[in-house]
Design a protein around this ligand. Structure first.
Ligand SMILES: Cc1cc2nc3c(=O)[nH]c(=O)nc-3n(C[C@H](O)[C@H](O)[C@H](O)COP(=O)(O)OP(=O)(O)OC[C@H]3O[C@@H](n4cnc5c(N)ncnc54)[C@H](O)[C@@H]3O)c2cc1C
Length: 807
């Protein structure tokens, strides 16, 4: 076996120590963990975290990271003392809105395979006797949640790593990152240089500082968060063994931004209800009165939290807050960790903004990523490179991280846009969209119209309050106009690149699954796979010249992947911001377009999946005959300066044909009727093209490409499939992520869903075992606790013969 690389991990917190354990377990035993503080309580967030682990999360990935943490820490002890206690987790509701949302959380837990139950107030009080059932409406209980003893978990995992050869060095402050020719060479510390082939920054909220040493922006904000401990609570006297500390479930009272755990006969109370308190300067372990991550308690900020705590748990009236702290930890702009390798400095990795809850799961994923080249779990939500450049601006990071702190326990709707900073990115059509009453939501900083108030609402089945949020019956009007006449969609936010140069063709052939070696003017739908055959992205590749391609992509992670594989003979340029795009779609699209140009846009003149350059009036466009909505039409690209002109020309020409501007709400409905998958939602690296129903985009006979050999070992008859369902009740609606039941037992989960206005019922895509993925199979989708009958359908539901799109 080749000698394993030398790894230095910066930070002996719960992440660094778990990573040392996971790496050494995989045979990478030359691991050195350096920390500025004293081992094994060096003074970071892990040295004082109360360690509540609630596993359920809207993200499947985050839930699975937590589930592994529970599993691993449950099997660990330190000198016979526990590292994890499965006391259970209970989230209670004191408002109807929260009670309702707990049903959604129950659905999420079921979708992700976490055992859970909804409890009535008496049942809540039975599992947590400090609760007064009269003061709550119900609860959500996860028996496997519990308490991680972070400090012990640090030491227990460190000892295992040390047993396999790792070194842990306390009192070593990293002052620089050694680098040569684009690779890390080690870390500079106040005690000397420690050489390394790989450096992992697991420095918690110090991450941005270490990142700067390596020329990397680590977009997180250190924020203080209040945690207090009461004096003895009479009702807890004699309840808990001092060694075991706690017996009752960890408790969340999210309506008041509070959580609770037992410390023997005292109660620990954490609050997110106070003002966000960013922390910009940290003391060294030697200077800090307690430790660098512990700031003085600001009692005034805690006063409302105490009142709310007593209101929920009346027994607290017999005690008072005895101790408190403002503890510091990391918040990111979207609530997810930051994981991955620096693109410009090979061998420099980060594992940042990780809670204790996800620590072992993250460590295992990063260890697998390092050792096997694959994290073994879809990490796109956590990837260090998921951000647009504008999302790395310090002001943006601060604003968004603070907002995430405020919202950490809020009921957040999946479509809820950020409040600030808005507007951030606007397409050139923005003024016209506003004139038409566009209702904008936000994605990747872009203002994206979801519908236009200028279009009249259609009559649609009534909706429940949740699915009616960020939705309007106008979407039905816009969908119908697209199917019956013609509509304009702003496609500007879709990421696009120009890939050019002598090596461009070979590069794209190597990176993607379909054959893009076609004539100039061809457009190809293709996939990028990872080396294990998982879907990294789906792309449209338009060959605009012999050596020039325009690539329609999903986001910054595509650019990252491409740049990591980019040969010198290829140039890659992100042209998104400098260009814009209108999707002109509908049966009358040709009647709108053709009179504007001498170029031949007839069916024979520009076939489906062909591209050409043309002038529409004065405006030079690149027209691609593609459609995500399943209708005749084109994506029309021009430079940003001419965007408004393009809009006006099309709008004017379209008036006699009843043109409308249409938004993403209609778009999403139309795409699902047509069975077009959305990467990141319907499929990820955890799925191969066969499972996802995308085998048509793979050409095994075209030569080698990344992921090809892995696909050879996969079967075209997989065990699970992305499956089309419709809800049987034409008025029923689901939103995505709901569990799917077959014969009364959970069998899978919904990825995307939308009402299909043409087919007259909700269309949902779901991952199901292949045995259930048979048209006609009866299943049920659980939405807020109600099982809605649904049926597996042959796809696509709309125009399966492609007559409209090819007309
Ligand atoms: C009050 C409070 C309550 C919390 N409650 C929970 C909870 O209930 N559940 C939960 O899951 N999470 C909770 N958290 C969050 C959790 O504690 C952290 O997210 C987690 O501990 C971070 O672990 P880490 O290993 O990444 O960072 P840390 O534990 O902060 O470790 C980073 C280490 O890097 C070292 N370091 C930094 N700079 C250098 C340098 N230049 N050279 C050498 N070493 C360096 C530091 O000394 C430190 O030891 C809480 C946090 C706080 C503050």
């Amino acid at each position: 076996m080749a000698k394993p690389p030398r790894v230095v991990i910066i930070g002996a917190g719960v992440v660094g120590s778990a990573l040392a354990d996971e790496l050494t377990e995989r045979g990478w035993t030359d691991v050195t963990v350096v920390d500025q503080g004293r081992l094994f309580t060096p003074g970071g967030s892990s040295s004082h975290a109360p360690g509540l682990v609630f596993q359920t999360n809207p993200s499947k990935t985050m839930t699975e990271l937590a589930t592994y943490t529970v599993e691993k820490l449950s099997g660990l002890t330190l000198d016979g003392r526990w590292c994890f206690r499965r006391v259970g987790g209970l989230e209670v509701a004191t408002t109807e809105a929260r009670l309702h949302d707990l049903k959604r959380r129950y659905g999420l837990a079921t979708s992700w395979g976490v055992e859970a139950a909804l409890l009535d107030p008496d049942q809540c009080a039975a599992v947590h006797p400090l609760l007064d059932p009269a003061r709550i409406l119900g609860g959500f209980h996860v028996p496997t949640d519990g308490l991680a003893k972070a400090v012990r978990a640090v030491e227990a995992q460190a000892r295992r790593a040390i047993g396999r050869g790792a070194r842990f060095l306390g009192g070593h402050t990293v002052t620089g990152i050694g680098q040569s020719a684009g690779r890390v060479t080690g870390v500079e510390t106040d005690q000397g240089f420690v050489p390394a082939d790989i450096v992992v920054c697991a420095a918690g909220f110090w991450g941005p500082r270490i990142g700067r040493m390596a020329g990397l922006t680590v977009p997180l904000l250190p924020l203080a968060h209040q945690y207090a401990t009461t004096g003895p609570v009479p009702a807890l006297a004699g309840v808990n063994d001092p060694v075991l500390e706690a017996t009752r479930p960890i408790l969340r009272h999210q309506d008041r931004d509070l959580y609770f755990r037992e410390h023997g006969d005292r109660l620990g109370i954490g609050s997110y209800g106070h003002r966000p308190m960013p922390v910009r300067d940290f003391l060294s372990p030697a200077e800090a009165p307690v430790m660098p991550s512990v700031l003085p308690f600001t009692a005034d900020d805690f006063a409302p939290a105490w009142r709310d705590s007593v209101a929920l748990l009346p027994d607290l009236a017999g005690t008072a807050v005895e101790e408190g702290m403002n503890g510091v930890f990391s918040f990111t702009t979207d609530g997810f960790p930051l994981l991955g390798e620096h693109r410009e400095l090979a061998g420099f990795w980060v594992a940042e903004a990780v809670w204790v809850t996800h620590s072992a799961g993250v460590a295992r994923a990063v260890a697998r990523w390092l050792v096997d080249g694959d994290p073994g779990i879809d990490l796109h939500e956590c990837d260090l490179h998921r951000f647009e450049t504008v999302q790395l601006a310090p002001r943006y990071v601060e604003e968004r991280a603070k907002q995430n702190f405020i919202e950490v326990y809020d009921v957040v709707h999946p479509l809820q846009p950020m409040d600030r900073p808005r507007p951030l990115r606007t397409s050139p059509f923005h003024p016209r969209q506003r004139e038409l009453g566009a209702v904008f939501l936000e994605g990747a900083g872009w203002e994206r119209p979801h519908w236009y108030a200028s279009n009249a609402p259609a009559v649609t089945p009534p909706r429940d309050e949740w699915s009616a949020r960020y939705w309007s019956p106008i979407a039905a009007t816009e969908a119908a106009a697209t199917r019956e006449r013609v509509a304009m969609y702003d496609m500007t936010p879709l990421k696009r690149f120009e890939v050019s140069g002598p090596g461009a063709l070979g590069f794209l052939q190597r990176l993607t699954t379909n054959n893009v070696d076609k004539s100039v003017g061809s457009v190809t739908y293709t996939l990028m796979l990872d080396s294990h055959g998982g879907i990294r992205s789906d792309l449209t590749v338009a060959r605009l010249g012999d050596q020039t391609f325009q690539v329609g992509a999903n986001g910054p992670l595509d650019e990252d992947w491409m740049r990591r594989h980019l040969p010198d003979s290829v140039q890659l340029r992100d042209i998104t911001g400098g260009t814009c795009c209108i999707g002109l779609w509908g049966p009358r699209a040709r009647e709108v377009l053709q009179p504007l140009t001498d170029a031949d846009f007839s069916n024979a003149g520009l076939k489906y999946f062909r591209a050409r350059r043309a002038y529409l009036g004065e405006v030079p466009v690149t027209a691609m005959r593609l459609s995500y909505v399943g209708e005749l039409g084109w994506e029309l690209y021009t430079s940003a300066d001419l965007g408004l002109k393009l809009w006006d020309i099309l709008w004017e020409a379209g008036r006699e044909h009843g043109i409308v501007a249409a938004g993403r709400s209609a778009f999403n409905s139309l795409r699902l009727e047509k069975g077009y998958r959305a990467w990141g939602t319907d499929m990820t690296t955890e799925n191969d093209p066969y499972e996802a129903g995308l085998a048509f985009a793979v050409r095994m006979d075209k030569g080698d490409f990344i992921g090809r050999s892995a696909l050879e070992a996969r079967t075209a008859s997989p065990d699970r499939r992305l499956t089309c369902l419709t809800l049987d009740d034409p008025a029923a609606v689901v939103m995505g992520k709901e569990p799917v039941y077959a014969d009364g037992a959970p069998a899978g989960y919904v990825t995307s869903a939308s009402y299909g206005y043409t087919v007259g019922r909700t269309v949902a895509y779901a991952w199901l075992p292949a045995s259930l993925s048979v048209p006609g199979t009866a299943v049920a989708v659980e939405y807020f606790g109600v099982r809605l009958p649904a049926t597996v359908r042959a796809e696509p539901l709309f125009d399966p013969k492609m007559e409209r799109i090819r007309s």
